[in-house]
Write a protein that binds this ligand. Structure first.
Ligand SMILES: Nc1nc2c(ncn2[C@@H]2O[C@H](COP(=O)(O)OP(=O)(O)OP(=O)(O)O)[C@@H](O)[C@H]2O)c(=O)[nH]1
Ligand SMILES: [Mg+2]
Length: 289
């Protein structure tokens, strides 16, 4: 499934480690979208332990490497909707085309199955792109869920405010809010997100901010996560397009640098193509399967 995994398994498959092994490992990690700094630190730490323990066998080195990987993920914790609060909001954020709207629909499908007695509505918070409202409306029809929308160009904060009012008066429990794809370099757009968050926090403290990140964008995904996290504190990621084309290493770097991991991964375009992210599964696929 993951290109990085294939390369790592091949590399650790050797019986005797030589000096070029460590260079190859670092190159492999970087090629698999692990950032250069993280790759270098991982290799240095693994090499040091292997040398101190006199390990020269690929398979044993793999186990040391694995425990170094686990250390990176040890303090990360994904955030999920739980049905405790009377009203909760999931806000989907991210740059253009990463899969926010699709993920909004997949999440609605997911939580509808998990908590059938909780009612979900959509807020069409992407008022910037002309077709965005229609795109979410189509999902809402297919899923049989209500959508709160205004016209193209309306204030997204006002749409989300409307959705919160509608949810409160109809007794809905979860508002899943789409937003416009923001260029992460535009500070003014990111400031706008703080305004949306303020509107939500006036109504409920149960808000989950998911940054949607495209797994195929590589190093740029770290930059996106850094910028959004600094601007508006992200709770977890949704890593989309984590199917055949993804190299898979970027989430190691994001976990190490920002202490953020995916709550969910998207593995295709259908509603069912959303899975909870599991560190154990990820590391197993990377090194063992
Ligand atoms: N293979 C694959 N494709 C995906 C996944 N998630 C989304 N897509 C596709 O990516 C494209 C963009 O998805 P959207 O949900 O429209 O992305 P967006 O972030 O809302 O885009 P903007 O609103 O334009 O910023 C669509 O063709 C989706 O079908 C995924 O997990 N895997
Ligand atoms: Mg969209």
């Amino acid at each position: 499934m993951l290109k990085l995994g294939n390369a790592l398994k091949r590399l650790f498959g050797i019986s005797l480690i030589n000096e070029s092994f460590w260079e190859d490992l670092e190159d492999t990690l970087i090629e698999g979208d692990v950032g250069p700094k993280t790759a270098s630190e991982l290799v240095t730490a693994t090499k040091k332990i292997c040398q101190s323990k006199g390990i020269a066998d690929g398979n044993q080195a793999k186990e040391i490497f694995k425990s170094e990987l686990y250390k990176i993920f040890a303090s990360t914790k994904p955030v999920y909707y739980n049905n405790d609060a009377k009203l909760s909001v999931i806000l989907l954020l991210g740059v253009n085309g990463v899969g926010k709207t699709t993920s909004a629909a997949k999440l609605a499908y997911w939580y509808n199955k998990q908590f059938p007695d909780r009612s979900i509505i959509f807020a069409a918070g992407d008022t910037f792109r002309a077709a965005a409202i229609e795109q979410l409306s189509i999902h809402s029809k297919k899923l049989g869920l209500r959508i709160i929308a205004q016209q193209h160009g309306a204030d997204p904060g006002a749409v989300i405010f409307d959705a919160l009012q509608a949810a409160q008066s109809s007794g809905n429990h979860l508002v899943i809010a789409d937003t416009a794809g923001r260029m992460h370099t535009k500070q003014n757009l990111i400031k706008e997100l703080s305004k949306i968050e303020k509107i939500i926090s006036n109504e409920t403290s149960s808000i989950i901010k998911y940054l949607v990140v495209d797994a195929t964008t590589g190093a740029n995904a770290l930059h996106q996560a850094e910028t959004f996290h600094e601007a508006i504190h992200i709770d977890s990621l949704i890593l989309t397009k984590f199917d055949s084309s993804a190299k898979g290493g970027i989430l190691i770097t994001i976990a190490k640098e920002l202490n953020l991991i995916p709550a969910f991964i998207g593995t295709g375009e259908k509603y069912e193509d959303l899975q909870k992210f599991s560190v154990e599964d990820y590391i197993r696929k990377l090194l063992d399967e």
